[in-house]
Every structure is written in C-alpha cells, then in structure tokens.
Write a protein that binds this ligand. Structure first.
Ligand code: C2E
Ligand code: MG
Ligand code: MG
Length: 685
C-alpha cells in the first residue's frame, strides 16, 4: 500500500479536528436546547456546556496534533543529524526509521547515500593507502603539466614533503639535459630512463613512465607519472661494465678493452699521421713462481708488474692484461717519431729493469723477470690483430734468447713463425717415418774417469738442414701430443739399445731419459714404462728418468704419486737443470730422487766466477746432505772438471768428453772401457 503522504495527513487531521470540534459544539448546543428549550438560563448553561465540551475536544485534538507534529519534528531532527554525520564523514549506523511517508523515504535515501558514501570513502581511503604504501613515486599531473597530487614516495625520492610538489610543473623536476626529452604526450607502458633533481640539488637516476587517464579529471589530473630510483641499478651496471672491461686483479684493462683502446690508438695515429709502439710483456717462467710459491705469489707478481710499469710511464699510458702473465703497453707520444728505436729500447730496458727488482713475499725474495716484444704502428702492422701478432712474435724471440730481454719486431720473424709451423708438420712426418735418432752423452765418474752411464738425447736428421737439436724441436712437439709419441719412442729405443749392449756383455751403467710434463701426465705412465722394460727384458733399475724442477713442481701431489710408482718399480729419478727453477732443495725432499744435475749455466763459469763456484759448491754439498748423486752438466774444459773434482762432484757430462754419440759409437766406448783401455782417464790425470 502506498504510504500516506505528510500533507494529506495533516490536512485530514486538521479537518478531522475541526469536524469533531464543530460536531461536539453542535451536539452540546442541541442537547442544551433539548433539555430546556424555554429556560434561558438552562439554555445558556447548555450552550456553555456544549462550547466547553467542544473546546475540550478541540484542545484534546490539538494536543494530539502537537504530539503528532513533535514526532515528525523528532524524525526530521534525526534525519538532519544523520545528514550532519554524513557531512562530517561518519558513515556508521543506519537510520532504521520505520515510517512509510516522505520522511521514511528520506530516511531510506539517506541510508542509501550513507552506504554509497561509505563504500566510496573506503575505496578512496584504500587508494590513498595504496598510494602511500607504494615504493614507486607517483604523481598526478593536470593537462597544464602541473602536479596535482604526489604520494609520499615521490616526496622521498625528491627529498621533500610530497605536498611541496603539488602545483609544480612536472618537467621542472627533471635535470636540465634530460628535461628536453621529457614530454607528457609520450605516454605508454615502456619505462624510460632519465634523471630528476632532488631538492638538495642531487641528480637521481630514475626509470619513469607517463600514463594518460582516459576522461581524466583536468583538476585532479589527467596523467600519472611514476618514477623509480635506479641509482643502485646504475651503480651495479657501472660495476658490471667495469668488470667487463677491467681485469679484477691488476685493475688494468682486460684483453677486450685493451684491444679496443689499441684500435682507438691506431685510429688516432692514423688521423694525426703519427706512429706509436705496442710493447708486449710476459713474465719469464711465471708458472714456476706459481708452482713454487703458490698462486698468491703469482698474483703479487702480476700486481707488482702493473704497478711498476704504471709508475715508470706517464699516467696517460694505456696498459692492459692480455691473459695470464701477458701484458700490453701502448707507447705513444712525441718522442716516438722518426727513428724511435733508441728511445723505445731505453724504455723497454727501464721497464724490464724495474720489473726485475726483487719482490718480498712472506720472507722470500722472488726474482721475477720479464721479456718484451715491440712492434710499431704503422711500420710493422696497420691493424690490431697484426700489431699484436707482430709484438707477440718479437716477444717469442726475446723469450728464446733466455728471457729478461726485449726484441723489436722484424718481418723475418713472421717468416720464422711460418717456418715453425712447417717444421711442426715435418717433425710429425719424421716421427712417422722413423727418422728420429738417439744419441748418448756419457756420464763420467769424476774420481775414476770411467763411463758410469749416459743420457739419451733425441736428434732429428732433417735432410735439408742436417741434425736438428731437441732444444729446437722438443718445444714444438710439446705444443701437441707428439711429445708423447716421441717420448715413448725414446724409451723404447733406449731399452732396445740397452738390451743389445747387455747381449754383448757390456755394462753401460744407468741410462738417463729426459721426460716431458705431458708424459708424466699420461694415464698409466708407470705401467707403460714397465711394459716397455719388460718387452725388452731390461731391468727398470737400469733407467733413470730426468725431470726438470718446474715439471716436478707442476701439480706436485699428482707428480709425487707417479714418481712413487716409478721409484717402487726400481727406476732412478734425477732433477735436471737444477738451479734454473725456483725450488729449494728442501722443497724437493719429499720426492723420491736419486740424482741432482747441476745446470750447465752454473758449471760453465764455476771455474772463473766466484759466485757460480759458490753456488755449485753449495748444491754439491746440499745434494750430498740429502744422499743424492750430483752430476754436473755442460763440462767443456779441464778447468771446469778440476774445479768439480775439488768440489766433490760425483759425475760429469759435457763436450769435454766429445759430442753425444749414436748407440754403436757408445757401444765401442763401452767395449774399450771393458777391455781395460783408459777412456777418459787421461783427462783426469
Ligand atoms: P738436457 O736434458 O739438459 O740435456 C743436456 C743438453 O746439453 C743437451 O742438449 C746436450 O747436448 C747439451 N750439452 C751437453 N754437454 C754440453 C756441453 O758441454 N756444452 C754445451 N753447450 N751443451 C752441452 P740437447 O741435446 O740439445 O738437448 C736439449 C734439451 O732437450 C735437453 O736438455 C732436454 O731437456 C731436451 N731433450 C733432449 N732429448 C730429449 C728427449 O728424448 N725427451 C725429452 N722430453 N726431452 C729431451
Ligand atoms: Mg737432461
Ligand atoms: Mg740438463
């Protein structure tokens, strides 16, 4: 049923009051007239009574009307209070006015409004909270480009209160340069990088986006600009870029970056018509330093080298680490003009001298030296690859001459490199065609002058060149696995020769065979040696394996295991070229060694040079202290022999006793010794 509206309600009530009042008055009058129609006094009383009755009824009715009106007013006040609460943002408590008139309608609508406002407010508050909790700076911007709202993160990013941002043109927040690139029209989800200026003036790298709000409120904002601080990422990126270009240990450019800088030097020199030089540096026997003193010593050497070279050369000099212990230095400047050879040589000499200064390491002194190759642009090469290759070729030659020296590139070096390659393939062919030879160098007892053994030395008879010595081709063979084949061939040939001498009742003593690191690294090396000995019926005790100090120290633990196996089989072990490495005798103690061979570089001057004499004397004494036989290599003169005798050396080898000889000749030597003829006795007389 339609609720009764307020207006008819009041009209009806009023009419009803009037009707009832009039009826009461009329009724009173009528009764008065009926009771005493002729009695005026009674009539008057009757009328009066009627009127009083009418008045009482009217009063009663008006009182009810007032009560009714007051109820309406109370409800209206309640509604008014409700409206007031809504206005103040209090959306709790429904009106629940059980009326079905306009006030009831109004109450229900107010309730709807309250509910609507409540949900809207919750959403708005929620949005505020979301904005406040965002780590990303967010700004609403109006079409004029002014900020209308900013979240706390925006304030934090720009180091100010977020309210201070309101009203400022958003473009003003950008740093001067990047500002030109910023445009509100440039909307989209793709983040761009730029820099904002904080209120402290600090530039802050940011990644930002601009989004347009469709049908946005021009007052509240039509664009949303978000920005994120990417300073940390930028630092990380810079670090990555740095690490990608700079060698972590020495802090100089790495190979990639150095080549890039070299490319730039070439372009610069080409433009200016200048020349410059590339110095290719390499530490001599760096592996030995690592093996003997450990990798931290190796690292120290690399760091000191860069430091020393860096101090010596102008600050702008570019230096880079190619790999391992190889460095490049770009030598530029006015002084490299015309014939700069003398200047470059002086610089190279100064660099090498400085590098060679002893280096203190945990109570030791490391004597590091380096070699250098020099190539100049544009004379030697016109591009990065050729320039590096030329300097490297020059370095190779410097190394070959014993290290601690430098060489200038010579076009012939490239020819030599090509020749090296050809020689390598010829060597393989020679091995396959069984064209290698084995010579024996007698080992002579210093006291008796008797041949007490020999060292097997491989030779290569190259038809167009004559005998090629191992110092030339062994390094080539070591670059590939050919050394394994050659090494096994030598062992096999020694055993075969030994067996034939044995068959003729000749006693050659122990035959020494030189070993390469690669051979020692071969799986089952000791079994292989054992197999060869057995095949020829040669007792393993007839063989001595010569190993250089550096080979011994290369992965010492693994080497020790193989050497122990060989020793257990009865083979003797000798340290070859002793004194040229970095090892101390005590470091060698853990290896099962029988013999120490003093390098010929000490022997050659021992008779004249007091220092070398002391070194040789000390090695002999220490060797004996460790119960080792001591052999001196490279004895060429009677003076050297006399010195070695007086120093107590056990055995000698060298050209003094003739060139190394083939198996037949060595057999003849043994035979004459067996027949009692003095072989080298006269040298000892
Ligand atoms: P090494 O083991 O120290 O051999 C001694 C070298 O000194 C030999 O050179 C020998 O001919 C040379 N020599 C001996 N006495 C004298 C002398 O009085 N004066 C001078 N100036 N030199 C003398 P070679 O035959 O050229 O061998 C050089 C190196 O090649 C050897 O040094 C050894 O390390 C290696 N080698 C030789 N044969 C073999 C082999 O069969 N296998 C392996 N892996 N290496 C070998
Ligand atoms: Mg040797
Ligand atoms: Mg030697």
């Amino acid at each position: 049923m339609r609720p009764l509206s307020l207006v008819p309600k009041f009209l009806l009530t009023t009419v009803a009051i009037w009707t009832i009042a009039m009826t009461a008055a009329g009724l009173g009058l009528y009764l008065a007239l009926r009771v005493a129609p002729d009695d005026t006094t009674s009539t008057h009383w009757a009328v009066l009574c009627g009127l009083v009755l009418a008045l009482l009824v009217t009063a009663g009715l008006f009182a009810s009307l007032i009560v009714l009106a007051r109820r309406q007013v109370a409800d209206i006040r309640a509604l008014s209070r409700c409206a007031e609460r809504l206005a103040s943002g209090d959306y709790d408590g429904a009106m629940a006015l059980a009326r079905f008139d306009e006030l009831g309608d109004l109450a229900r609508r107010l309730d709807m409004l309250r509910e609507r406002l409540r949900t809207t407010t919750i959403s708005r508050d929620y949005l505020d909270k979301v904005l406040a909790s965002m780590g990303e700076a967010l700004m609403l911007v109006n079409p004029e480009g002014r900020i209308t709202r900013a979240n706390p993160a925006a304030g934090q990013l720009l180091q100010c209160d977020e309210h201070e941002l309101v009203g400022r043109p958003v473009a003003e927040l950008f740093a001067a340069g990047p500002r030109e690139e910023f445009s509100l029209a440039d909307t989209g989800p793709r983040a761009r990088e730029s820099a904002l200026v904080a209120s402290s003036g600090q530039e802050i790298p940011v990644s930002y986006t601009v989004a347009a709000i469709e049908e946005g409120d021009p007052v509240a904002g039509s664009f949303v600009v978000t920005a994120r601080n990417i300073a940390e990422r930028k630092i990380a990126e810079q670090r990555i870029r740095y690490l990608a270009r700079i060698d972590a240990l020495t802090k100089v450019p790495n190979r990639m970056q150095f080549q890039h800088l070299l490319q730039r030097a070439i372009a610069r020199a080409g433009r200016q018509g200048r020349q410059f030089a590339l110095l290719y540096l390499d530490i001599d026997r760096f592996k030995d330093i690592n093996d003997i003193y450990g990798h931290s010593a190796g690292d120290l050497c690399l760091e000191s080298l860069t430091e020393r070279v860096g101090h010596l050369l102008p600050e702008s000099t570019v230096m880079g680490r190619f790999a391992g212990d190889e460095f490049g230095v770009i030598l530029e400047g006015d002084w490299i003009a015309g014939d700069a050879t003398a200047g470059l040589a002086d610089t190279a000499r100064a660099i090498l001298r400085d590098i060679a200064r002893p280096l203190a390491f945990h109570g030791h002194q490391i004597h590091m030296t380096a070699s250098a190759g020099i190539a100049t642009y544009p004379q030697d090469a016109r591009n990065v690859i050729d320039l590096v290759r030329s300097a490297d070729s020059a370095l190779y030659h410097a190394k070959r001459s014993g290290g601690d020296s430098f060489e200038f590139f010579d076009p012939e070096m490239n020819a030599l490199a090509t020749e090296r390659l050809m020689l390598k393939s010829k060597l393989r062919r020679a091995y396959e065609r069984n064209e290698l030879l084995l010579h024996y160098q007698p080992k002579v007892d210093v006291v008796t002058g008797r041949v007490a053994g020999a060292e097997a030395l491989v030779r290569w008879d190259l038809s167009e060149r004559g005998l090629v010595l191992p110092s030339e081709f062994i390094p080539l063979a070591e670059e590939s696995n050919l050394i394994l084949d050659i090494g096994e061939w030598v062992l096999d040939r020694v055993c075969r020769d030994f067996q034939s001498w044995q068959a003729q009742k000749l006693f050659p003593g122990r035959i020494a065979v030189n070993l390469s690191l690669k051979q020692l690294r071969q799986p089952n090396f000791s079994q292989r040696v054992h197999g060869i000995c057995r095949r020829h019926g040669v007792p393993p005790a007839s063989l001595e394996l010569e190993i250089t100090e550096s080979t011994l120290m290369e992965n010492a633990e693994r080497t020790l295991k193989v050497l122990d196996e060989l020793y257990d089989m009865g083979l003797s072990l000798a340290i070859d070229d002793f004194g040229t490495g970095y090892s101390s005798l005590s470091a060698l103690q853990k290896f099962p060694i029988n013999t120490l061979k003093i390098d010929r570089s000490f022997v050659s001057d021992a008779a004249e040079d007091a220092d070398d004499a002391t070194i040789v004397g000390t090695i002999i004494q220490m060797g004996h202290g460790l119960k080792l036989d001591v052999v001196a290599e490279g004895v060429e003169s009677a003076g050297q022999l006399a010195f070695l005798r007086s120093a107590g050396c056990d055995y000698v080898q060298g050209l003094l006793f003739g060139e190394p000889m083939d198996a037949t000749e060595f057999m003849r030597l043994l035979r004459s010794q067996q027949q009692g003829q003095p072989v080298f006795g006269r040298l000892l007389a």
